[in-house]
Write a protein that binds this ligand. Sequence first.
Ligand SMILES: Nc1ncnc2c1ncn2[C@@H]1O[C@H](COP(=O)(O)OP(=O)(O)OP(=O)(O)O)[C@@H](O)[C@H]1O
Ligand SMILES: [Mg+2]
Length: 329
Amino acid sequence: MSVGISIEHLTHIYNPRTPTARTALHDITMQIEAASCTAIVGVTGSGKTTLVQHFNGLLKPTEGSVRVGDIEVTSDRTRSADLRKLRRRVGLLFQFPEAQLFAPTIYDDVAFGPRQLGLAEAVIRMRVIRALDAVALDTSSEFLQRSPFALSGGQRRRVALAGVLAMRPQVLVLDEPSAGLDAEARNELYARLAELRANDGLTLVFISHDMAEVAALADRVFVMAGGELRLSGAPEDLFRQPDDLIACGLVPPPLAQVTRLAQEHGWPAQPQHFTPEQVATALAAGISSASHSSLSQAASGSPLPRTGEGPGVGASNHNHHMQGGADAE
Ligand SMILES: Nc1ncnc2c1ncn2[C@@H]1O[C@H](COP(=O)(O)OP(=O)(O)OP(=O)(O)O)[C@@H](O)[C@H]1O
Ligand SMILES: [Mg+2]
């Protein structure tokens, strides 16, 4: 069953009532829908990590509340049974999780969480294999017995993600999961996340500095600035009005900037075109309408008799090819 997260007036102060007290979150209220994919963005130090560490009870609110399904965490009332339940429900992949692997073998690392749940070893083994498979890692016994420290950084991160998945969370929270990954590893990660959402109905929350990634994955975006929630909305709405985003120190994805410039030059692209597919469709539509209008011009000025039906068809061989290209669109 999918669960959502409801945050009401959340304030977090690190080291409260000390000379080093620091307000990292101030009066945040937000709703994350069950089974949605939410991006949390903002410049360095804006409070993103602090915010998501409340989602699984790693940090407790100084004021306000965090509710995940039927579990609520507030500053004064949190039963430890509720916290344990919350940590099972919400899997949190840390920023640079590969630094936190610790077990002597890959198997032991991924099995660590399920072992805490007191499951039988046969069940644990099944979970470990399924989780490694979900992140496209080898599941042979030879691989399972290898040290996680003998892997590349990207592979280690996948082991860490497998460790979170082996807990079978209903909400998956990823703190900058693609930072430092190469393009292929990123694309694989996105494909895996899409599969997890489709198959398991996971509610997905991720932090990112990459607006193209946000554009490609998120249904909804929350923008943090100075510990406050400054903006929220669908990616296309935020990228259509980039001034607000820019005021938070962020820039829209490069393709959104391209379509804005293209629009100024008369192309039919709209500012909400910001994924490669959307831009390609807009370009094809532009080529199509441009070829239609040049065909109409050629046809009206042509001394040749019109043989086809409809404007411009058959006006010349050259134009016929263009028409064909547009039809093939
Ligand atoms: N353990 C801590 N003790 C005191 N202050 C902290 C602690 N962790 C974070 N902060 C402060 O809280 C603020 C928010 O930090 P946070 O780690 O949530 O930012 P972030 O948006 O995740 O940044 P980044 O993009 O660099 O990861 C910063 O000003 C930071 O210095
Ligand atoms: Mg962070």
